[in-house]
Design a protein around this ligand. Sequence first.
Ligand code: IDP
Ligand code: MG
Length: 137
Amino acid sequence: MEQTLSIIKPDAVAKGVIGKIIDRFESNGLKVAAMKRLQLSRYDAGKFYAVHKDRPFFGELVEFMVSGPIVAMVLEGENAVGKNRELMGATNPKEAKPGTIRADFAESIDANAVHGSDSLENAHIEINFFFAQREII
Ligand code: IDP
Ligand code: MG
């Protein structure tokens, strides 16, 4: 059993596809172990994406992530980290496989509907960023 962090980003929340995205997880063996809707501050968005702080798109990424509410979730299941990445599709929705979340719900490489942890180690760090242990059931 693994746990991973998923974020439904501001573009997908604004479009009203929270339920459709969660259905992809639940229909593919991932359970929602914790969930909250919130809006990030610039400080928190910068901290969350600190690994990208030297990339040219960092400023845009932070502005996008604070532009509206997001939904953060802990997903749990067998191979949850890899399975979530597979369901998400490639970072650029134009390169994402048909039937993936990004292919179906995202418009562009910056507004790409979802975030998912890329390793078990980062999943642990990212889950702790959003959730207290008592919120994960
Ligand atoms: P990932 O979300 O598929 O793991 P990362 O490379 O970790 O992709 O990048 C984090 C986020 O930064 C992406 O989801 C996307 O929103 C944004 N991003 C990545 N590359 C670009 C780019 O070239 N231009 C604008 N935004 C980008
Ligand atoms: Mg990433």
